[in-house]
Design a protein. Sequence first.
Length: 276
Amino acid sequence: MNYPSTSHTMKVPGATLYYEVRGSGPVLLMIPGGPADAGVFSGLAGCIADRHTVVAYDPRGNSRSIFDGAPEKQQLDVHGDDAARLIETVGTGPAYVLGSSGGAQIGLNLAARHPARVRTLVAHEPPCIQMLPDASQVLTATQEVYDTYLRDGVRPAMQKFMQMAGLGGPPPQAAPPLPEAQAAFARFQGNMDYFLAHGLWPISMFVPDVATLRAGPVRVVVGVGESTKGQIAYRTAVALAQKLGTERATFPGDHNGFGARPESFAATLHRVLRGT
């Protein structure tokens, strides 16, 4: 069955958020990372909308979620508050949450600071760099990415970022891109400047509140990609799971497996959310 999405906007302090809703059932909020927006989850949302009311949104500053004024440096507390308001707007109780990469960092902030809004959080490869034993080396490499951006612009900086993250190899075998995914990719390109100028450092430096998450009511599952072992985001996810003493789930594909393999990713996500 086809579940068409509906588009909405919501006013929040300092910005207007764009979000999409499709399907029926318990709310599942999807939070994209980096320069991505709601469109990165278009394939996955279509595969799981028969079991959930899927809500995907553009974090403020990306694509269609615009600031009231000039662009501002990302703040994880602000992102967490935005996600909590969105859950309150679209649902009648706590939501399931999937956050990927920087979106997982937002999800971790949300779960620690707004636990009443979250039933289960799946944090897929959050880049918690400061939890690594070689954090200083990775942060030095991150500084090099930022300096390259200031000196040479977006393209050389993103090339260096992809190399640092271990994402520079050949692309995985992917499903044919949906038209909305093609349109989303064009938007992502327009978000690169904002990500490098205002998002790279706040996302990289964020440290989840492990003590609060361990003591809190929210079930947290840390996700890793089956083909990302050795990459920074895989290592940070493992480090976080160890500190939380929580479950770790392996998802199909790489860091962006939800895009390349949406059907199998959805099946794994469904099992994880059910606790099986």
